[in-house]
Ligand binder design. Structure first.
Ligand code: URA
Length: 239
């Protein structure tokens, strides 16, 4: 079971900022399972009974959403340049959600939004190899040997990408472009764009069609839906 720091749990219950929660703890206003706790960083679990000034706190329930991120939106909670963020789409949701990983500003597609830190960490851990399906419109047409290189793993800067699945969906010889489906489980910065660049092709358009077993059917750009308990359990089973 997840153990969390007491001040974090109090802050997440929406009672006070983390700094203020720390002060409350130090002032002896917080009890865990009936006992006053003044040590910062005390670990509590989901079943710990926590009170502030003898009032039980409400633990924030955990929620995960599948979001169809539009292009032209940043995947962070705040943007220095004042651009629209993925969080802006969830103004009706009373939870503090953040994205599981990132999609580039100009990439659209499936993005999970959650307030479940444990789930986010699990999904982002490279060991768990969550498959992600991308569809890229690339400049130029892949040569057979380039497809093999992409499949086997391509050298990007110092690192070699893990083996990928590659499927050419459409070729437009007139425009000299191709639509390619790429399935990978890594999530390094600009991973897909860098993989294609490494074999000599520029990505003109990119979307993520699928994250794990979750695809975007039933959603249009900018929409989201909450995942069912079964879907969340299935995501957790990647471990
Ligand atoms: N790879 C990229 O290059 N960009 C994304 O947004 C996601 C994967």
């Amino acid at each position: 079971m997840a153990l969390e720091r007491l001040q974090k749990v109090i802050a997440e219950a929406g009672i006070a900022s983390r700094r203020k929660a720390e002060k409350m703890i130090l002032a002896g206003r917080v009890r865990v399972d009936g006992k006053i706790v003044t040590k910062l960083g005390t670990k509590v679990d989901t079943f710990s009974n926590i009170t502030v000034d003898d009032e039980p706190i409400e633990r924030e329930s955990l929620h995960t959403y599948l979001f169809y991120k539009p292009r032209g939106v940043v995947s962070t909670a705040h943007d220095d340049k004042g651009r629209k963020t993925v969080v802006d789409y969830f103004s009706d949701v009373p939870y503090r959600l953040y994205p599981v990983g990132r999609l580039d500003y100009d990439t659209s597609g499936a993005l999970l939004m959650t307030n479940d830190g444990k789930l986010a960490n699990l999904l982002m851990h490279p060991r768990n190899e969550v498959p992600k399906v991308y569809v890229a419109k690339i400049k130029g047409i892949l040569k057979p040997e380039e497809i093999i290189t992409l499949k086997k793993g391509v050298k990007m800067d110092k690192r070699k990408s893990a083996p990928a699945k590659v499927k050419v969906l459409k070729t437009n010889p007139k425009k000299d472009t191709q639509i390619v489906q790429l399935t990978i489980h890594e999530g390094h910065y600009h991973q897909v764009k860098r993989m294609f660049k490494a074999v000599g092709h520029l990505v003109e358009k990119l979307s993520r069609e699928k994250y794990a077993f979750l695809d975007l059917h039933s959603l249009t750009s900018g929409e989201y839906r909450e995942l069912s308990r079964e879907e969340v359990d299935r995501l957790k089973s990647v471990d």
